[in-house]
Structures are given as C-alpha cells and as structure tokens.
Design a binder for this molecule. Structure first.
Ligand code: SME
Length: 148
C-alpha cells in the first residue's frame, strides 16, 4: 500500500492528496469504521480528510487519544478504547484505534487516525505501515511546502 500512497502524494494540493490517502487506507485495510486525518491548526487538532461517519471537528491537545499522540509525539495503538478513559468516541462502534503522528522537523503537523469496530484490530504490521505512510506524508509536506 505504501507505493500507492507515495503515488497519491505526488498531488500538490494538501486536501486532495490526503483525501485520496484516507480512501486508499480504508480500501486496503479490512474491518475499519474510520480512517482519516487530524491536522494541527491554531494550537489544536482539526478534522482533515477522512472516510467514515462524521467525526469531532476540534480536539484539544490535552484531550483524547489524538491529544496523547500529539503530546507524546508517539503512536497510540489502543487495543480496547474502553480501557482508555480519555478516548473520545466519535463513532460509538469504535473498539480499537491506531493514531500515528506526522512529524515534520520534529513537530507534529498532523495525525493519521484509524478506528476499528473490533478490539485488537491493529498489530505491529499496521503500526509499521502507518509509520511509513506518516513518513511519506512528512516528505510530501516538505516537498510541496504544505501548511495549514
Ligand atoms: N478517538 C479519537 C477521536 C477521533 S475519532 O476516533 C475519529 C480520540 O480519542 O482522540
């Protein structure tokens, strides 16, 4: 999938590129109910392109699994969202989550966020693949001079 994502990231428009990347992830992984992006804008996380049900539009850095991903600059792989009290349930069907930071020059500029309707959906394999996707997005970010 990383080759497909790299090809989609040749698109120079941020919204257009990330919209296609979210579609690509949703198509290539089974058992997802949400796949998309949060982007850092005005000191918070703002909903970006995604596939799935309508979701929270603004997330503060001190809230949710996405906020933890931002603060820790680290992947959040959550086997059971009910075991994370701070989890924000945008979709009541979500049972597990994978949130991966997109780092440009050491700063989080956005996150890939995936939700699944079953516990323990995400393994080391998905974590590695989404880390590769995040790196490809970070490279495109620099190459295309993206900003939010
Ligand atoms: N579950 C996330 C919120 C975003 S939705 O999953 C799309 C969180 O706890 O931050």
């Amino acid at each position: 999938m990383i080759k497909e994502i790299a090809a989609l990231l040749e698109e120079p428009d941020l919204t257009a590129a990330l919209a296609n990347v979210s579609a690509c992830i949703k198509m290539n992984y089974d058992n997802l109910n949400w796949a998309g992006f949060y982007l850092v804008r005005n000191n918070e996380l703002v909903l970006g392109p995604f596939q799935g049900k309508p979701a929270c539009t603004h997330i503060a850095f001190d809230k949710g699994v996405c906020g933890a991903c931002y603060r820790e600059k680290a992947v959040q792989r959550v086997d059971d969202v009910f075991a994370r009290p701070e989890h924000i349930a945008c979709d009541a069907d979500s049972r597990s989550e994978l949130c991966v930071p997109i780092l440009v020059n050491g700063d989080v500029v956005g996150e890939i966020d995936l939700d699944a309707p079953v516990k323990c959906r995400f393994t080391e394999k998905e974590e590695k693949e989404m880390l590769q996707a995040a790196e490809a997005i970070a490279s495109a970010w620099v190459q295309h001079h993206w900003s939010v």
